[in-house]
Write a protein that binds this ligand. Structure first.
Ligand SMILES: [Mg+2]
Length: 220
């Protein structure tokens, strides 16, 4: 049996550079609602320290009513999924090839994200069928850096942490996975470069040209 039986992927920033699409969708939802809020890259970088779209809106506007937050978040997700479904957000280098290799070698694939399921499924499209389990925001009470989503994925995979390898782009994701004994390879994304990745197996610019065998070797 291989030393690694499953790959577990984060979504935003790891599978694809989705955050600019999310930021665009938030801004469109705000302007459609008649709000003058605009999230530039500097503001969004700050807000990304908070996991979850609704939580981000509240971090920016603590006095917003739950109804307004829910309406903005719902509209934002509609705009985002339309954007993604139209093929305007592509996977990061090496991700598709790694997924193919893992499938060819009989590894299980899983998703552990605190993004909403509708957004994840829009990005995955037909690739959804490749994944044994897809754990999303709706499946957990606590978002990353809490390990709940990773613990759920391990349970659904029916595998111990040491048989899995995690791909993440952020320090929140790294903390979530490592706190329950998972090993993590980091590919920093637009908004996570410069974060503290102490405890990662490796920090790679992206997965372009990185073979499955090399990742498995990294895990040791
Ligand atoms: Mg991420």
């Amino acid at each position: 049996m291989t030393r690694v039986a499953a790959l577990i992927f984060d979504v935003d920033g790891t599978l694809a550079e989705t955050e600019e699409a999310h930021r665009y969708a938030f801004n469109r939802a705000f302007s459609e609602t008649g709000l003058s809020w605009t999230w530039n890259q500097a503001i969004y970088r700050h807000l990304l320290k908070v996991s979850g779209g609704k939580e981000r809106i509240l971090a920016f506007a603590p006095d917003a009513s739950p109804e307004l937050v829910a309406a903005l978040h719902g509209r934002k997700n509609q705009i985002y999924t339309k954007l993604v479904a139209s093929g305007q957000v592509s996977f990061r280098p090496g991700v598709e090839s790694l997924i193919s290799s893992a499938r060819a070698q009989g590894l299980k694939l899983a998703i552990a994200t605190t993004a909403a399921r509708v957004n994840v499924e829009a990005l995955l499209g037909a690739r959804k069928a490749f994944f044994h389990t897809i754990a999303c925001a709706e499946d957990v009470r606590k978002k990353k850096p809490d390990p709940e989503v990773y613990a759920l994925v391990l349970k659904r995979l029916d595998l111990p942490a040491d048989k899995c390898l995690v791909l993440e782009d952020s320090s929140n994701g790294l903390a979530a996975a490592t706190s329950i004994g998972l090993k993590v390879v980091i590919t920093p994304s637009l908004y996570t470069r410069g974060q503290n990745f102490d405890g990662a197996l490796a920090v790679l610019p992206d997965l372009g040209g990185v073979s499955l065998a090399r990742l498995i070797d990294l895990k040791g």
